[in-house]
Design a binder for this molecule. Sequence first.
Ligand code: 13P
Ligand code: SF4
Length: 318
Amino acid sequence: MGMATGDAGIPRDLEAAILRLKKERNAILLAHYYQEGDIQELADVVGDSLQLSRAAQKADKDVIVFCGVHFMAETAKILNPTRKVVVPDLEAGCSLADGCPAPAFKAFVAKHPGAAVVSYINCSAEVKALSDVICTSSNAEKIVRAMPQDKPVIFAPDRHLGRWVQKKTGRELVLWDGACIVHEQFSEKALVRLLTRHPEAQVLAHPECDESVLKHAHYVGSTTGIIEAAERSPAQVLIIATEDGVFHQIKKRVPNKELIQAPGQDESCACNQCPHMRRNTMEKLYLCLRDLQPELMLDEDLRKRALKPMERMLELSA
Ligand code: 13P
Ligand code: SF4
């Protein structure tokens, strides 16, 4: 008996169909914490950008299905070029990567001769290739501390993460003026109002938030860091300032805690959902496993140039 299908031949039981195809295609499914809960549940590895880079590098299946945004899948290809890398939606971008075009970045770097260039992993392969070392939100502080003291350091493309690292390390950084649309929209005023209603709450925030929000945080770190801090926190009420995909994991790990989304400037919108991450759906995941496309392709010369600063990051954060 065949599978029950709905519109356009999409099986009704998507979960079972995805698991079956994953096996048939000899694929590994990597998912970022910002993906919807159903996708996270099917993944072989769920993690933050650093964990997913490591998982992609050591993946030994024929196919890597990357449920995340374009720069993340591109990073997987940079690290593991012999695998086929497919993504549910190739158009899933990132405001940080899109806001830092390589030609403009090249001109910016040229204005600071002799500077060490540290780029946040949320950037294109072209920008990576113009960088000395890459960092993620979980190792940015460590990477910047490892830069030679006698050189200026350029940090791109997220000015908020850059400012936070600057504060932590005491090191002056030359910042590219970029920001994440999701993290930038959290409102200090609304957060302070919320804290007066929940004075016992702890605030856990991603370093892509504005410093006006970060100054109220009890913990600042990557998505993995936030999830672990939620488990450790003695507080019963947690206010989370990051994309709302992380709630899936936090709810699983601390089901008895009250979780509140940090308020945005426009409280009527679901602005803490990343529109790029949300382009990936269960249907598109099924189709990309069925058709093995869209496939992430990368020019080999560019890949090699982008690999160097990635390898440097992995060595420095080992
Ligand atoms: P992580 O380093 O926590 O994975 O952050 C990635 C990201 O895109 C944050 O917006
Ligand atoms: Fe990019 Fe922000 Fe979306 Fe992360 S949440 S992928 S930084 S736009």
